[in-house]
Design a binder for this molecule. Sequence first.
Ligand code: SF4
Ligand code: SF4
Length: 70
Amino acid sequence: METKIRKKRKAFVETDDCVACGCCVKVCPRDAIEIWKGITAKIRLEACVGCGKCARECPASVITLREVPQ
Ligand code: SF4
Ligand code: SF4
């Protein structure tokens, strides 16, 4: 029988280009993002549900949603 690998989406930040504006932090329904040392957004993947709100809100377009194995 074929084994299906289940995948779910998670948000990732291109940290070099993040301007630490905090817009993503405000819209995340799971409180999964923090501004690390005032420098860059950092996402707690275990809390992220892949809704994409942060990516839509980011003015620098540095958040992408990727599929990861469950
Ligand atoms: S995809 Fe949704 S849950 Fe995940 S960090 Fe972005 S806003 Fe939060
Ligand atoms: S909204 Fe974008 S630029 Fe602003 S802190 Fe989040 S990831 Fe960085």
